[in-house]
Design a protein around this ligand. Structure first.
Ligand SMILES: [Cu+2]
Length: 138
């Protein structure tokens, strides 16, 4: 009789142990789900964003568009904008943090990028609304 009780207790303990083990396995699965979730999060920012981190950055304006349309820069870096068009443009960061008019055929070096904290900043040209781009400060 006592042996039966001990065996029963052992089976229950094993079941409890197994029960605890399963959530542990579930935690592992959650970790995998979290890992999978990182992939969509990583694809949140533009995937074809040109990496110009680690040095001063350059943005060209030609044919009424920015090149590249997305650039990734280091916080505090200088950004040189070269307007190759025969028309004036502007480099205007949404929110007004930067609003620089670019005369035709000119090159402007903007040092105020150092004031931009890391983040993603849409920018455009005030004169030509279809001219847009994205600046990612890291
Ligand atoms: Cu423009």
């Amino acid at each position: 009789m006592r042996v039966t009780v001990v065996v029963l207790a052992a089976v229950l303990a094993l079941a409890a142990c197994t029960g605890r083990y399963k959530p542990s396995g579930t935690t592992g699965a959650v970790g995998q789900v979290g890992g999978a979730a990182e992939t969509p999060a990583a694809s949140g920012p533009p995937t074809d964003c040109e990496d110009q981190t680690g040095a001063d950055a350059t943005l060209r304006v030609s044919d009424f568009s920015f090149h590249p349309t997305c650039l990734r820069v280091s916080a505090g870096a200088d950004l040189e904008i070269v307007n190759e068009d025969a028309s004036a443009h502007s480099f205007t960061v949404s929110g007004g943090a930067i609003d620089e008019t670019l005369e035709a055929g000119s090159s402007d070096r903007i040092r105020s990028l150092g004031d931009l904290p890391p983040g993603t900043y849409p920018f455009n040209c005030r004169f030509h609304p279809p001219m847009t781009g994205t600046l990612i400060v890291e």
